[in-house]
Write a protein that binds this ligand. Structure first.
Ligand code: TPP
Ligand code: SF4
Ligand code: MG
Length: 292
């Protein structure tokens, strides 16, 4: 990273707050990658909003010098969609864990893909519920033993990449936070992508997941090569591989209109609501239609 960008990455650091994460947690790397990506995109802290729910991953925006909204467990995507719709000039990111986004927030995950708002969805996938001390999450593998699933997980894990492709997602990628450079590169591409962009980030939880460790992710992943990211069928096949898990951009569809572009309120003008003057005549007419 160049000296100027390094200085700008520091601008995104929340001064005086120490992350409440275990030493060695993969979340530190994701935080660093995000700071770096925002700086390399030459964004200013006041242009960025990060929305999160509950969990270890969902704490991330508290450690960044950006606008943030920290809401209910699993509910980051609806407010993120609304923020972008009200002010399309902002860079909006929804961030959280595998439990938060694919479990409690699974319904919102599906419908946000359908709506296609222009936002970036970062999911720290550690295959466990970290904050609540190690229960199985929707991405825990079969047989994964926890203090609750004492005999091992008996349900198949969700495959968020294949699920997203099945819904003709606008952009979907997977990275491993142990490769910082690649993580920064893909986060930048996701932020630049015009439409909903999911980045599933493999993130070791060093305290409650002793199976899917840094070493495990290194040994069980590889980078997609000679892959046509515009070919949906090929992307789906790669996404369903299980022996080794591919990393990189699986699928991209830039032809889709964004949620904001489809909204009637943005048809005549793209100005954020904040800067629009109130049309009292229209408002009065609307109120009248509601009076009985
Ligand atoms: C409605 C609701 N259900 C359950 C909880 C308890 N809870 C808090 S965080 C969490 C899981 C977090 O797991 P994940 O999203 O994977 O994040 P991680 O801590 O692993 O980063 C749960 C079940 C809650 N806070 N609210
Ligand atoms: S419990 Fe796991 S996810 Fe949470 S801070 Fe510790 S290592 Fe990270
Ligand atoms: Mg988790």
């Amino acid at each position: 990273m160049k000296a100027k960008e390094e200085k700008e990455a520091i601008d995104f650091k929340q001064q005086g707050i120490k992350p409440a994460w275990c030493p060695g947690c993969g979340n530190f790397l994701i935080l660093k990658a995000l700071q770096q990506a925002l700086a390399e995109l030459s964004l200013k802290p006041q242009q960025v909003v990060i929305v999160s729910g509950i969990g270890q991953a969902a704490k991330t925006p508290q450690y960044l010098n950006v606008h943030m909204f920290n809401g209910l467990h699993g509910r980051a995507l609806p407010p993120a969609t609304a923020i972008k719709a009200c002010n399309p000039l902002l860079t909006v990111i929804a961030e959280g864990g595998d439990g938060d986004m694919y479990g409690e927030g699974g319904n919102h995950f599906l419908h946000t893909i359908r709506r296609n708002p222009d936002l970036t969805h970062l999911v720290h996938n550690n295959m466990v519920y970290g904050l609540t001390k190690g229960q199985a999450s929707p991405t825990s593998n079969l047989g994964f033993k926890t203090p609750v699933q004492v005999e091992g997980v008996i349900s198949e894990p969700i495959n968020p990449i294949a699920l997203a492709i099945s819904l003709d997602v606008s952009f979907v990628a997977r990275v491993f936070c142990g490769d910082l450079e690649k993580t920064v590169e893909i986060i930048k591409k996701a932020i630049r992508h015009p439409g909903y962009a999911l980045v599933d980030i493999f993130q070791p939880c060093v305290t409650f997941n002793k199976v899917n460790t840094f070493k495990w992710f290194q040994e069980h992943t590889y980078y997609l090569q000679d892959h046509d990211m515009y070919d949906r069928n090929q992307a789906f096949l790669r996404a369903t591989e299980t022996e080794k898990l591919p990393l990189g951009i699986f699928y991209q569809n830039e032809k889709k209109k964004t949620f904001e572009q489809k909204l009637a309120v943005h048809k005549e003008q793209e100005t954020p609501f904040l800067f629009r003057s109130i049309n009292s005549k229209k408002l009065e007419e609307l109120i009248k239609t509601r009076q009985f």
